[in-house]
Ligand binder design. Structure first.
Ligand SMILES: *Cc1c(COP(=O)(O)O)cnc(C)c1O
Length: 380
């Protein structure tokens, strides 16, 4: 049965993903080799803790980190890391702490890094303290973060992303602040691959821990995440995490998923980021060329993408008032094949246009996007 038949027999339409590594579309696509490794892994029983020790040690080695841990997604990784931070800060595993001890532990974050994913940090019960504002210059934001640090501060949280609000202090400055005050820095780097060098870049610059999503640039199973960091904190992560009863028991990671993530990371590191960049540039060029001189829509190149990854995208804007971009997006979505596109960085909704993101596209899909767009605007 072909992949699309597996979905079609359920009445579910496969989608060409020109939006990006969106969890709601399936995240990313594991390679065939990764899938084969997962299938093989699933056909044998192993002692999970023995496998964890081996996979984690190997991941730490290939990513040049002191330690690594496969989590049940980046959000679950952040949740687990926060529990580890609080446990270390209070000197006891989180399940033995009183609510007041957890609640009086602070994690400081700049306002420009706030996002729906920080619920993974807040739901432990820590006091997530928002410092600074998005309108003031970054220097003021950094000062506000420094002023927010006190003896109950267990960590600083940073979320590097293309969507960071203006006024967000740069990562390097926050890392220097964390070093200067000896406060652990937690980096939610879920969508920060590529570049692959970020696997060691944040921790190399002094972050205590960095968390990546398996379902984005790593092309690992969507339900995985990769936590890398310093041994002293990662010991707590291992101790609280799956398969231990208590906190980590609900954050299950299967043996297939551990093997799948390890395989995906090894494949990523065996490839040059520049090969993917070249391929993405060629795809953007295809669609820019296809609509050059078109009366109805204008297609231009944008860089970097909305997540801040150094990859190009194509931005589609109407040239003619008769073209409603929201209608175009809907026509692409409901067309055959169904095509998902993304929002223009900085916009919410499609009233100004949309993007064709190269991030999650496969070979041969850009020509399909182009011909679908041509067909749809021809009916205008
Ligand atoms: C995608 C994302 C996450 C969640 O990653 P999952 O692996 O899907 O749990 C967390 N934080 C940020 C900034 C993200 O972009």
């Amino acid at each position: 049965m072909s992949a699309s038949e597996i979905y079609r027999r359920l009445g579910v339409r496969p989608v060409i993903n020109a939006a990006g590594n969106f969890t709601r579309l399936g995240g990313s696509m594991p390679s065939e080799r990764t899938l084969v490794a997962m299938a093989e892994a699933s056909q044998h029983f192993v002692v999970i803790e023995e496998l964890q020790r081996a996979v984690h040690a190997r991941l730490a080695q290939v990513t040049s980190n002191e330690a690594a841990h496969v989590s049940a997604g980046a959000a679950a990784g952040l949740y687990l890391v926060t529990a580890a931070i609080v446990s270390r800060h209070c000197g006891k595993p989180i399940q033995e702490l009183h609510w007041e001890e957890v609640h009086s532990t602070r994690v400081v974050v700049h306002a420009g890094c706030r996002c729906p994913y920080d619920w993974a940090v807040r739901q432990i019960g820590v006091d997530l303290v928002e410092a600074g504002d998005t309108d003031s210059p970054p220097e003021a934001g950094l000062q506000a973060m420094e002023a927010a640090l006190d003896s109950s501060t267990a960590a600083l949280l940073y979320v590097p992303a293309g969507w960071n609000a203006p006024g967000t202090p740069p990562f390097e400055q926050v890392a220097a602040l964390a070093r200067g005050h000896r406060v652990p820095l937690v980096v939610d780097a879920a969508a920060q691959i590529p570049p692959s060098s970020n696997l060691w870049g944040y921790t190399g610059a002094g972050a205590e821990v960095a968390v990546f999503s398996g379902g984005k640039g790593l092309r690992a199973p969507q339900s995985t995440g990769l936590v890398v960091g310093k041994e002293a904190l990662m010991e707590w992560v291992d101790r609280l995490g799956f398969p231990h009863y208590g906190f980590g028991r609900m954050l299950k990671v299967g043996r297939e998923e551990m093997i799948g993530l390890l395989n995906a990371v090894e494949e990523l590191l065996a490839r040059e980021d520049s090969d993917r960049l070249r391929w993405c540039e060629a795809q953007v060029q295809l669609i820019v060329d296809a609509f050059r001189g078109n009366d109805l829509i204008e297609v231009g190149r944008g860089f970097p993408n909305i997540a801040g990854q150094p990859l190009p995208y194509a931005a589609v804007h109407p040239r003619d008032r008769s073209i409603d971009p929201e209608w175009l997006v809907e026509a692409l979505r409901t067309g055959d094949p169904s095509i998902a596109v993304g929002e223009i960085p900085g916009c919410s909704g499609y009233s100004d246009g949309f993007i064709v993101n190269t991030l999650a596209l496969s070979e041969g899909e850009m020509p399909v996007v182009i011909s679908s767009l041509e067909r749809i605007i021809a009916t205008q």
